[in-house]
Design a protein around this ligand. Structure first.
Ligand code: SF4
Length: 554
């Protein structure tokens, strides 16, 4: 065969392959056009039904911004999911978290030495001002009397003064600061702890920013609860190079509900009985009982959920005052006994939560609203894995695993921490090849932004926050607040717009921190993190690895 005819034959074959690919794409487009699928608009997490199939998909593709475009070209409509924050200062003066103290003799000695050192320079005003604020750069010692009368509320706890002048500077925790929360929120040794959950949540709710602490971490290597696991940040150099909202998009969207086990492009009938609810961040607001709630708190939660696109769980009676927009974010919590009474709430809901499982109650809800995924609250305890398995087999779409407010399971003897219990539930469902049939919501003991990725690593799809809301809103606990039944707080009214902003700020800060962590792991989608225990180190495992072979000295 001559060279020319070989080339011709090759060309014909390439054309053939091309045509086949085109035909396949057309076929796929037609199928997409008829399938009952949801297409996520990567715009503010809003969802559109893909009834227009290929057209819709093309529209989506066009709306994605792939980077800089030539000048004058029409700008894209793509908007990245981001929660806007605004300052929301505390509604009442709260005690300052740190208590810096300076030895007067030591300080006088330092000032005298510096007077001799600066000499004639002190004729200049700025040198005199600098001298009078020594040794703090945050203005704690910037009053008329300098360090002899510190302005304690300005202290950030950076410990610079303690490191530079250990002989006469000391910074303690202010015990008054912890009085409005309970023991779960207080570090084991407040006087030496390098951080405080109350201070962190207060800062996040006020500013919406990521708390940044200088001077490195000075706390213990490991601690109880969430402090016994560390997330792996080994890929920190990659996507973080241009910031949280840099060029690489990191998705924090989660699908809530029963997922389809496999894709079936040729079955034109929808094979999934309930729909999926997509939430742009894996954090929702949990139900708070009346003893830990009030109209101002409820309105703040509903407003923040509407602004951020997340959901909140409340009973239909709690939701009576809400606007239509706020009610769209509601997951009504229904008791099996009140299905008929709450008919309208069930009918209008995108997702529903049952206080406990009863097969007739599930069937009743399905009859009223067959498309809404149904969640069942399950108390976390040693038998939670078996319970979860039974619920998935019974057709429940979502399981809400809840520990107590201190993150402990409900077993009377030696209750296990929430992270271990969630791992056991997740592991059981993976073993039975049923994990993707259900969504796991986890609540109880989630008080800091870092607890969200940790819970997801343990197997949660998303988390629900409870008492963290109260701390962000400066509610005052009355005694220990360990469970919905025993917790109490001082009832007070406040401006719900202020509360809405505080909670919006809190979620904005947690969302940013989640993106930071995902980017440091080199991950672009929070859904990939679920159950990925290889992304974390567990203190218990490390101790076993390091010390298992060492015999005890006697
Ligand atoms: S801890 Fe930092 S902010 Fe506080 S007084 Fe010392 S130097 Fe100033």
């Amino acid at each position: 065969m001559c060279k020319r005819s070989v080339e011709d034959k090759l060309d014909t074959q390439i054309l053939h392959v091309h045509l086949k690919i085109c035909l396949f794409e057309v076929h796929l487009s037609i199928d997409f056009a008829h399938m009952d699928i949801f297409v996520q608009r990567i715009r503010c997490g809003s969802i559109v039904r893909g009834s227009d199939g290929a057209q819709e998909l093309l529209g989506q593709a066009k709306s994605i911004d792939f980077g800089a475009r030539p000048q004058g070209e029409k700008s894209s409509t793509y908007v990245r999911y981001k929660i806007e924050s605004n300052p929301a200062p505390p509604r009442r003066k709260q005690p300052y978290p740190f208590y810096p103290r300076v030895g007067k003799m030591g300080l006088a000695g330092l000032l005298l030495r510096e007077v001799f050192e600066y000499g004639f320079k002190l004729r200049r005003k700025e040198y005199r001002a600098a001298l009078m604020t020594r040794p703090c750069i945050y203005g704690v010692f910037g009053s008329r009397f300098g360090g002899f009368h510190p302005i304690r509320e300005k202290c950030t706890g950076c410990m610079r003064c303690v490191q530079e002048y250990p002989n006469f500077c000391k910074v303690d925790r202010n015990p008054e600061f912890y009085k409005f929360a309970d023991s779960y929120w207080i570090p084991e040794d407040p006087a030496t702890a390098s951080g405080s959950p109350v201070a962190t949540v207060s800062y996040e709710a006020e500013t919406g920013k990521i708390p940044i602490k200088g001077m490195g971490y000075k706390g213990a290597f490991a601690g109880p609860g969430w402090d016994s696991m560390w997330t792996d940040m080994s890929e920190i150099v990659r996507p973080t190079r241009d910031g949280v909202y840099g060029r690489e998009y990191i998705s924090t969207l989660v699908d809530v509900g029963r997922k389809q086990r496999f894709l079936d492009f040729f079955n034109r009938k929808p094979s999934q009985s309930t729909s999926l609810v997509e939430i742009s961040l894996p954090i929702i607001f949990d139900y708070l009982p009346q003893n830990l709630n009030g109209q101002s708190i409820l309105q703040s939660i509903a407003g923040a959920a509407a602004r951020t696109g997340t959901r909140f769980i409340a009973t239909p009676s709690q939701a009576q005052q809400f606007s239509r927009a706020q009610r769209q974010q509601l997951i009504p919590m229904i008791s099996p006994a009140s299905i008929n009474e709450d008919h309208d709430s069930i009918f209008a809901a995108q997702a529903i939560e049952l206080t406990k499982y009863e097969s007739e109650a599930l069937a009743g809800i399905r009859e009223i609203n067959p498309r809404a995924p149904v969640s069942v609250r399950v108390p976390l305890s040693n038998d939670a894995p078996e319970t979860a398995l039974e619920l998935v087999q019974a057709g429940v779409d979502i399981i809400h695993l809840h520990a107590d407010y201190h993150g402990r399971g409900w077993d009377k003897d030696n209750p296990i921490f929430v992270s271990d219990l969630v791992r056991s539930v997740h592991g059981k469902l993976v073993k039975e090849s049923l994990r993707d049939d259900v969504t796991l919501i986890v609540s109880g003991g989630i008080t800091l932004a870092e607890h969200v990725p940790k819970a997801i690593i343990c197997g949660a799809d998303l988390v629900a926050i409870d008492t963290t809301v109260l701390v962000a809103l400066q509610a005052q606990f009355l005694g220990e607040c360990k469970s919905p039944e025993t917790g109490h707080m001082a009832q007070e009214k406040f401006d719900a717009r202020w509360g809405e902003q505080r909670l919006t700020n809190l979620l904005a800060s947690w969302h940013d921190q989640l993106i930071e962590i995902l980017s440091a792991m080199g991950m672009r989608d929070v859904r990939r993190l679920r159950g990925d225990v290889g992304r974390a180190m567990f203190n218990e495992d490390l101790e076993k690895e390091a010390f298992a072979d060492i015999e005890h000295a006697t």
